[in-house]
Ligand binder design. Structure first.
Ligand SMILES: [Ca+2]
Ligand SMILES: [Ca+2]
Ligand SMILES: [Ca+2]
Length: 291
């Protein structure tokens, strides 16, 4: 029996890429359907024969669907077609994790027309890619089946996770005599969205400082590293023994989803740093006692 000669994937016209949040996603649904089909067109590799045919390059079709897509479900992703369907009736099926292996039934295919569906919302943070295999078999099963075709479904990220600090509260101690630029503590937040994309690109800022004395910017934070430093040599343990900073982390490079954390900074005596200021302080005390 003659074998199926080619097998192609047609991107579904109704595939909507919903990514409201960012510019990090490269995927575009090209309105030029023909071009798109060319891009994803794929042949089965011929197992034997076919010498007269020019063998086209093997291209693994990549399909994309945004996580959290509202559907309605089942949502058509693509149509898989064998070019032998003009002359005989073809039945289509898919296998692999997400099809006939757990999570079973996440993807389905219409055995008669090759329409490939996703049946429920996907979560990129759970799984960012599915590797399926498509099969096309001529009705009656007389012909030997073609090699299956790999189908890769990429789950496109959405910015659906905010930054999370790695501590619920940060405690720090800073010597009273700290010089401008002295490091106090480093805060750190992580974001579960796609790495190296705007959706997980975090910037830090000090949202509030309490008290705002003697100035509202006694401390500064490096927006990229989260390192908090002393911004002025203005610490006064008697007057302001403790500061509470509300530090904010925001994804989208500072424009996106936010999370806040408290950083409690205690101004300590200078015992740990005898080289800095103890002498003037002691002298001051002596003078005070001496009428
Ligand atoms: Ca998600
Ligand atoms: Ca996400
Ligand atoms: Ca995020």
């Amino acid at each position: 029996m003659s074998t199926l000669e080619a097998f192609e994937i047609l991107q579904g016209n109704d595939l909507k890429v919903e990514d409201s949040s960012d510019s990090s996603v490269n995927f575009e649904v090209d309105e030029d359907e023909e071009l798109l089909c060319d891009l994803v067109h794929s042949d089965f590799p011929k197992s034997s024969g076919g010498l007269k045919r020019r063998k086209r390059a093997w291209v693994i079709p990549l399909l994309s669907v945004s996580e959290n897509s509202r559907g309605p479900y089942p949502l058509k992703l693509a149509q898989i077609r064998s070019d032998a369907d003009k002359v005989k009736r073809i039945h289509y099926s898919i296998t692999g994790p997400g099809a006939d292996q757990p999570p079973v039934g996440l993807f389905t295919i219409d055995r008669n027309n090759g329409n490939l569906y996703v049946t429920q919302e996907l979560d990129r943070e759970k799984q960012d890619k599915y590797m399926l295999q498509g099969h096309a078999v001529a009705e009656g099963g007389a012909g030997h089946p073609e090699d299956p075709m790999d189908i890769v479904v990429i789950v496109i990220d959405q910015n659906d996770n905010k930054p999370v600090f790695n501590q619920s509260t940060y405690m720090a101690e800073v010597p009273e005599a700290s010089l401008n630029g002295s490091e106090v503590i480093e805060v750190k937040a992580t974001d579960a969205d796609e790495p190296d994309s705007d959706n997980s690109e975090i910037r830090y800022r000090i949202f509030r400082q309490e008290p705002e004395e003697p100035s509202p910017s006694v401390f500064v934070i490096n927006p990229v590293t989260g390192v908090i430093t002393v911004n002025a040599e203005a610490l006064d343990r008697q007057k302001y023994p403790q500061y509470t900073l509300l530090v904010e982390a925001a994804d989208m490079a500072g424009e996106g989803l936010t999370e806040q954390v408290k950083v409690i900074i205690t101004v300590s005596a200078n015992n740990n740093n005898p080289s800095v200021f103890p002498q003037p302080a002691m002298r001051f005390q002596v003078l005070e006692l001496d009428p």
